[in-house]
Design a protein around this ligand. Sequence first.
Ligand code: ADE
Length: 252
Amino acid sequence: MKIGIMGAMEEEISLFHNKIKVLSQETIGLRNYSIGKLHNRDIVLTFSRWGKVAAASTATTIIEQFGADIIVFTGVAGAASKSLGIGDVVVATEAMQYDMDISALPGFERFEIPLLGLSRFPFSEKYVEMAVESARNYLSETLKKELDRETLDEFGILKPKVATGLIASGDRFIADNSSIEKLAELLPDLQCIEMEGGSVAQVCYEHNIPLLLVRTISDRADHSAVINFSAFIKKVAPYVTFGVIDDFIKKV
Ligand code: ADE
């Protein structure tokens, strides 16, 4: 099985570079793809860049050029659910694009992806369960060994938890209360928002390739989002994203 690993930011996949035994590298469309082995699995690792178009085109390359059998997409997200805090991990059971809206045209619902007749892409229960277990192991056993008390206190990370549910993507960094509250009202089961997962979900759906989408909460998409996000991606995200996905890859 060949596993494509993607992060939208360099920080989100930085630790993978040291752990993967790289056999070759290729540059296609401004992305560098590292081809190699991790836990004896065939891996293609890349940094997709930000936003839905960047991520979708990267996912297409991973599938078409490198023949990935599954894509694992990891990174950070802003919380939409009030029950989530910074440091919690969300494993998506479904993903959508919250900025897709052609409901002005007759016969289309808001958020519906044109011609596919659906607005949410569902994910394999088997991979969700495996990733939940990996995330629980990491958060309960490894996180406190890798990060010092001062860093955990800075983000108010006490007892981080794992949640499952809907992740929604749009081409916007949300950093105000009213925007995130409006979205949470429109989509009451929404867990968190980011800028890529829903587009990669569409590519994987269209190619019939499974996707695992895992996000660690870096901020609350509110007035403090920019500060929290910027610090979190440097100090915490690399450890959680690597720890969870590394364990998942051992099992897949
Ligand atoms: N990824 C992490 N935090 C985010 C936010 N507040 N908005 C969009 N994407 C994000």
